[in-house]
Design a protein around this ligand. Sequence first.
Ligand code: ADP
Length: 943
Amino acid sequence: MLKALSARCSSHVAFGAHVRRYVPVGEPASPLLRRILGQNKRSLYIIRRFCSDSNDGSDPDDASTPVKSGDDAAESKSSSAIVPTLVRPEDCLTVVALPLSHRPLFPGFYMPVYVKDPKLLAALIESRKRQAPYTGAFLLKDEEGTDGSDSEKNIYNLKGKDLFNRLHEIGTLAQITSIQGDQVVLIGHRRLRITEMVSEDPLTVKVDHLKEIPYDKDDDILKATSFEVISTLRDVLKTSPLWRDHAQTYIQHVGDFTYPRVADFGAAISGANKQQCQQVLEELDVHKRLKLTLELVKKEMEISKIQESIAKAIEEKISGEQRRYLLNEQLKAIKKELGLETDDKTALSAKFRERLDPKKEKIPAHVLQVIEEELTKLQLLEASSSEFNVTRNYLDWLTALPWGEYSDENFDVLRAQEILDEDHYGLTDVKERILEFIAVGKLRGTSQGKIVCLSGPPGVGKTSIGRSIARALNRKFYRFSVGGLSDVAEIKGHRRTYIGAMPGKMVQCLKSVGTANPLVLIDEIDKLGRGHAGDPASAMLELLDPEQNANFLDHYLDVPIDLSKVLFVCTANVVEMIPNPLLDRMEVISIAGYITDEKMHIARDYLEKATREACGIKSEQVEVTDPALLALIENYCREAGVRNLQKQIEKIYRKIALQLVRQGGNMEPLNDGTQVQLGEDKAESGSLSNEAVVGAETSEKAVEAEIVDSPANQDDTLEAEKKEASKAAKKVEKVLVDSSNLLDFVGKPVFHAERIYERTPVGVVMGLAWTAMGGSTLYIETSQVEQGEGKGTLNLTGQLGDVMKESAQIAHTVARAIMLEKDPENQFFTNTKIHLHVPAGATPKDGPSAGCTMITSLLSLAMNKPVKKDLAMTGEVTLTRKILPIGGVKEKTIAARRSQVKSIVFPAANRRDFDELAANVKEGLDVHFVDDYSQIYDLAFDD
Ligand code: ADP
């Protein structure tokens, strides 16, 4: 814009440099001038004016007369480089008309004009030769209906009358200062008005010379307007050195800066269009002319202000960017020096790319695209911005996941079997199912993700078998518990926009295991919480369902991941508590719990071994006898699982360890982790009876050290001592745990026999129950409260649930009916108020399977006859005395065995469940299957 503006000005208003002849003068031409230029006196050099017309009409007397100033003319002759003229300008009353296409010519200004019309040019040359180098310069009017842009082209085609009609009436008398080729340089003198056409080619016209309307020099308004023009001009000039030059030259030319000259000057240097300039030219009223000019220069100032601010903004931007670039470069250099380069964005993306490159082929295209987008974004973000961190973390997760990375699966059934047996005793059916799974995988070539659900009481090895399966299949293992989980975000992740957002458990799992086909153990799936926002069960379903999880969408990750190759193993205590849609998709394998015999094996072969190693005790240093172990299992650890048994064994071994250390005094662990046992005096101290004395080797009291199993210590002194020691018998202490001293290790037994009665009294019958903790036996007791005509009612106690209360009512009714059948004379139920109680009142109990036990108990009371010895029963009874099947046959059988029950009554429909049990569980039991209560009656009361 600046360029355009200056180009515009310079093209229209030109000062002939060649005419300048600077003559220093003592005084500035006028105080106005000084004001415009803001100069002091001394620095002011002006060229003497050469314009003939300095008469601006300020002299009112002079107004009407033609211009006098012969001096001026003489001066102009002498001072200018132009051809001296013999003719005074004011004498030019007939002039050749020169059309101007761009702007009118203002008095005092130079203008170069290109004259293409040869005739016109010849006439101009001619007039110059004639020493009357004047012409009339008139602005061309725009052709009607055009914007005047074509005037340049057509200007030379206009001739004679046409041209005459297109000329503005008012123009300027111009002196021809030079002619070079077709370039004619003019300088404006005074205003003219065309009066008539004289000749056509070239167009010659008669003119009147115009003067400003006389005005009062001291008129305040005039002064004020003029000052305003000047001060505005000053502001404009300040911003542009170009105009400053214009001003100086002009002043040098026109001399006195009178009001009309100020107006002309302002209009001429303003960027106003030709119409506006012509308007100023035509205005002969000085005040009006000043006002017109003021408008133009004000506009000019606005433009220059805008121009300045644009220039400034651009400059600032450029310098700001440069500064920034420089600082950044410096920062980089500093970081490099300090070795902090790794924090750099480029280093960061390099790190991500490095991670990415090896697995690029395996990453799905859509994920790769997201990664690339994020990497680009990372480069654009400010390193200190929070979004940068979000993007960095996101990229970290995206690139760390094991896309398409699988561990080689083991399909070798034999090896798998070995591994499973190595870790767990028994559990044949569970192991069998796992081997089946591997076999299918082998035949198909791939193993598809499956959901296996291991259910059973605590401590039966659900979690550890999960770990074992992973080992057998050669898959990575990851475990997480969903017990009490209520936040869906734990499974599905948070959206990235939250502060501290994290992906869900599954994504965390994949990152930590580093393969896409791990075995994931989801613990406690039956204890899934209820979400306040979103349902964790449905989120779990999305995760587990083989139909859906090939495209599992984590909120944080925002790209689908394939979980179809993951093998899910869930654990639960109670299958019924698992949300149904989830249960539907699972393959449930239940682990019922262990009988004493199994526990013995587990304790001996697995728990003891592991604990011994964990405590750093060698097998020959300790012996836990079978009776001790049995007593431990029977009296301390009766629950279905073995976790408590494990704890007790650990307790025993810890005590043994302490004892061994105490005895030895300075036992030290050897390099290989085994220990030196010092075999001095057998510490029969305390309550511990360390009976066994192993080895008949000699030992000497002084030589207390005997290395057990450790050739590592070859110390000389020890060697010498050893020789001496060989004479004496050495005793290696061994801690023996027997049923007699078990108490010292594990304290008093927690359980007394579950059997309260050696033989159950009248009104008491043993039932079998099944809870989340496994199976157990329970007594149903009834007693008569009072008797009296029609007092037959039933009282219930013992924290019974609704189902059990109903069972009691049903039992009362059925027992009464049976009694009526068997012995119509017996009015017991009609006249007796009965109290039915189920002991262990602190534990809530519910379930229908105590029905038959209650009936039997009531009948026993009514007939005053105890039931058969060592009998336990279970089964739901209807009002028609039919026996309905029940759950937990294995658990109940195990519980019955624990309580030394000899005969059990089961519903007939449960026969198959029982038949499937292992032989050692069924061994020695007298089991009866019944489908009508009368059969139980016979079994219980028949002598
Ligand atoms: P759960 O998950 O069912 O509550 P765990 O898997 O934690 O039980 O098992 C408790 C402990 O019992 C573990 O140390 C496990 O090794 C051991 N255990 C359970 N069952 C067996 C078994 N059949 N053979 C060997 N050890 C077992």
